[in-house]
Design a protein around this ligand. Sequence first.
Ligand SMILES: NC(=O)c1ccc[n+]([C@@H]2O[C@H](COP(=O)([O-])OP(=O)(O)OC[C@H]3O[C@@H](n4cnc5c(N)ncnc54)[C@H](O)[C@@H]3O)[C@@H](O)[C@H]2O)c1
Ligand SMILES: [Zn+2]
Ligand SMILES: [Zn+2]
Length: 328
Amino acid sequence: MHELYLEKPGDLKMRESRPVPAPKDNEVKVKVIYGGICGSDLSILRGKIPHAVYPCRPGHEILGTVVEAGEKSRYSVGTKVASFPNTYCGKCEFCLQGRTNICMNKKVFGLTVDGLFAQEIIIDSEFLVPLPPDLADEKAILVEPFAVNVHALQRTPILRGKSVAVIGCGTEGLLATVLLNHRGADLTVLDVNPLKMEKAQSLNKNIKAMHPADAKGKEYDVVVEAAGVKASIEQAFQLVKPGGAMIALGVASGEISYPSLRITRNEITIYGTIIYTKKDFADALTFLQDPTFNVAPILSRIDPFTKYREAFADALTGNFAKIVLDFR
Ligand SMILES: NC(=O)c1ccc[n+]([C@@H]2O[C@H](COP(=O)([O-])OP(=O)(O)OC[C@H]3O[C@@H](n4cnc5c(N)ncnc54)[C@H](O)[C@@H]3O)[C@@H](O)[C@H]2O)c1
Ligand SMILES: [Zn+2]
Ligand SMILES: [Zn+2]
């Protein structure tokens, strides 16, 4: 059995795993099928996240099959499952309100504790979600990044007929585009990379696409910021109509200037949004089971995990949507 391993920033390797013990109590042993490479895995690889712990096994977006189950486990052998990207305590003020996504004691797989990019893992079954048996693995591997958008877009009311701009057409922005399109929004997407704009337009020919520089002076009812850089966040504030809303999904480090007068005088609402709860995950699965809900273009390719170097190098170019590793 093998796993990926990050000794220090920039130093990603494959190695033989230590023998995986038998699962105890709530734990299960999962044979990993697919692992999706996420933007945050790339940031950890680049050493861009100050609180990342090294050495560390990377990865948090996996699906696999339970092959052994502890006596108190939620799932039995043979269940197909997907992982949560972090743990939560279940006891803090926020967990008790059902907001496990903002748990005060959460630990993030592949960032502050060992991640999930291995052929076999042991994990607390609390942080797994069962997958419908009829859902193709190639769709199911998108459930984690998609649940982010299901959660984010629940923050705003009815979107049908509203003008919505999505800034950034990475995996998150593209999945937002699919969901907004499904909900009948009048959609414009912005990206600095023409390949990404093309990808977004391939989802529906009615989607307008433009370079961010061409959006100057335009205004939208809702702006979804999914690029996560200073320039895009500052532009997002400028693109919201009076009375409108910005969904702050992208994560940027460093300082961003906040246009106080514009936000206050125009009653602009800013919704922070971070991952999701189990309910969002379940809703995401329901969408993915709908055959008319077309997420196929968002899966760029699947590589055997032994080709991790090529897969991560291509992901780092920024020219692809989701690249997935096959751990079988
Ligand atoms: N809030 C959450 O729960 C959550 C979850 C997952 C990811 N994220 C964050 O969301 C953001 C997007 O994630 P992703 O995985 O899609 O990343 P990604 O890197 O795949 O996509 C970002 C896209 O933004 C584009 N871009 C860069 N600069 C731009 C600019 N100035 N204007 C317009 N587009 C620009 C890039 O070309 C790219 O297509 C990241 O900041 C990530 O950390 C947040
Ligand atoms: Zn992720
Ligand atoms: Zn908690």
